[in-house]
Write a protein of this length. Structure first.
Length: 87
């Protein structure tokens, strides 16, 4: 593996982990928020929940960008090390 390949590998791993974490966080937030809304409203039948899909999509993209930013420094460090040590 070459140094650019190692950099891409580490960056891809950080983006994938951030995307998974962001999606799980959004799903749990929506689920807990819906449950809390239902409990606080006291009327399960009237608990209509509106999800702001555009805002959720922006948050998901922001999470992936944050993951790439967080992985940039470790990717650079891994690329500067000898290739066999990075694998």
């Amino acid at each position: 593996a070459t140094r650019p390949q190692i950099r891409r590998l580490v960056l891809a791993e950080s983006v994938i982990m951030a995307a998974i974490g962001t999606l799980v966080g959004i799903a749990l937030g929506v689920w807990f928020g819906a449950g809390l809304f239902t409990v606080l409203s006291g009327n399960i039948a009237a608990a209509a929940i509106h999800l702001p899909w555009l805002q959720l999509a922006v948050l998901a993209i922001g999470g992936a960008i944050a993951g790439m930013a967080a992985g940039w420094w470790p990717a650079g460090r891994a690329a500067r090390r000898p290739v066999l040590n990075s694998i």
